[in-house]
Ligand binder design. Sequence first.
Ligand code: ADP
Ligand code: ZN
Length: 731
Amino acid sequence: MDRKEYISVVLPLRLGWLPCYSTEEPLARGERVKVRFAGREYVGVVWEVGVRPETDPSKVQPVMSREPLPPVTECELKLWEFVSSYYLCSIGEVYKAAYPVLRIEEEETARRMRERVEAKAEAAAQRREEKIRKLESRLEAKKVLIEKARTARTRDAYQEAAGEIERQLAELLKPESKPAESSQPVREVSLSPAQQIAKNEIDKCLQTRRVVLLNGITGSGKTEIYLAMAKEQLARGKNVLYLVPEIALSRQLEDRLRAYFGQSLLTFHSAETSAHRREVAAALSERPYVVLGTRSAIFLPHGNLGLVIVDEEHDGSYKQDSPAPRYQGRDTAVVLASIHGAKVVLGSATPSMESLYNCHTGLFAKVDLKERFYAGGEADVEIIDTIAERRKRGMSGSLSLKLIAHMRKALDGGGQVVLLRGRRAYSPIVQCDSCGDIPHCPHCNVALSYHKPSGRLVCHYCGFSAPFSGKCGKCGGNLLPVGAGTQRIEEEVATLFPDVGVARLDGDTSPAQVQSVIRSFAAGETRILVGTQMVSKGFDFEGLNLVAVIAADTLVGQQNFRADERAVQLLEQFRGRCGRRGKKGLFVIQTARPTHPVYAFLRGEETDGDAILEERREFGYPPFTRIVKLILRDTSEERLDKLAARLSSRLCSDFGISPTLIANPSAAVSLTGPYKPSPDRIAGKFIRHIRFVIKRDKNLMRNKQQILTSINAFEKETAWTGHVSIDVDPL
Ligand code: ADP
Ligand code: ZN
């Protein structure tokens, strides 16, 4: 009798199907098994049991072994299924993201290491036992000697020796010092009246809705509200997931949360090792928890989840660009919560259009908090027209004389200044003064940036660099820096204010330096900080009363329908950095286009995102539609163009449409492309995009699946596999 059962298994691969294996011992969905696939061994997850093999059952390979690892929970599997079908990727790719170490060799190494550690601990315990036994028998012997001692002097000597042995014994028998179970009393939250009102409102809304958007201005103390809500969950025996967009921010927040949650706080972010992941995963089942993490913490084996908090929900770093699954952490967190029957609080000073739209449709509730915790600190906005200033000779290098005067005043008053410039490096490009040539990266279609400290020309896309000689490779003329990045601004500022400490914070600052730069600015040792977008988020510096953006145009001028939304969010965040302790602040924006609508927002002439939302509706952009972007890459431009055209026409015929130059807002599906993105070559690969705009109607899911089906068929036909990536809801 054949007692074999057949199961389908998820492998950590980009496979459009789930391979089948046979097993003699019964296995359950979610269990982990070791299997062989295409000549390699993998740890897979049992997806379905009792399947009927599609091929000859005698050819189905058996499972090699069942792995002694905790099974994947049903909630996790449900989430994987959602991510895979929504973001058009394989379940294996989600598995790989959720359990980063899956290759059998690595699992094996991890297990060997664990065993070695355990063996060591066991040996140490044995040695300890032996020592104790020896000491005890020596003590016995001494006691006998004490009994038999004839003089007081010998008795005292034996007594002393016995005492020493007892001390050693006591030392060995002391219970092993466990990491302190935090005897410190954990701090209580006390909300301001405005915060309490907002929290009551949130609680009320959550009785009828799953998701609340907390739209609270910067400095209103949203964090304090999250803390109060998280505490209540723990008190009810429920767990909390607290998501933040970036690691740098989570580190700062960690200290703050530790005081409130002590041992119940666990932290997790994507750069974490797999050993740490295992530890956190194990801790989740041991005690009530608040997990503070970045988007990948969504994939931990959560249980008994009561609340998910997504702070700075508008932040672009919630979206994973690469590799697949290209998921949006905020949206996936909402799905995670619904799988667990948990509630969600999304928080932001400048909510995403997606969330505002969901509030308009009634899916989410919105709660406003319009009062700063430290009243009176709101920064005034001053916009400086750099073209007009230049004409009036009102510019000195990158800075206007007006801004320099504001800086001087702030510094004289004992304050601090942060300047934001959207480009790192000394100059974004260099150009020959005689032939006009601009050196480009040999691997990317991108101009090289000049980095003064290292004396090199650097590609910001692939990392290529070459020494900068100052001489043009084409004609021997002089290569001159064009434009100013953060390094050059830092240099200009240091010349203007020679007596004040100036520091820089950008992508060239190492993680270790980041901490020290922040610390010395917080301590007032440096008083001017120059940086990229990094300086716009999360920081809380007491003495900061002037923030300024240099060349704001690079932030608002991007050719992307989300550019204005993002510019407003960035600028509003940045403005919120100053005047946080109730001291009046000033926000200066230097721009060549002072009439741009983004600035009207900041001046408060437009109070919410409704105007942007209206524009999105008119042009048929998300959130009114969905976008699916296909990214095609190849080392041969000729082959890429040929196959991109072929894929585009295949997709058009599968959907029965013709390609358009711009998306048609009323069509169910429109396709544009293939077109060249900018840059159109990175790290030796040419790139083309194809873009779908799909109506949000009942056919949305089916249309998205059709894209995947067509691509799979196309890949089979052309054997051009691995060249097409799918990005759903791209940024
Ligand atoms: P947001 O996240 O809304 O920008 P924060 O939560 O960072 O604001 O709060 C701004 C500042 O106000 C912080 O320094 C914070 O410590 C302080 N703060 C806010 N609410 C309270 C409160 N209830 N009790 C004590 N300090 C608070
Ligand atoms: Zn490059």
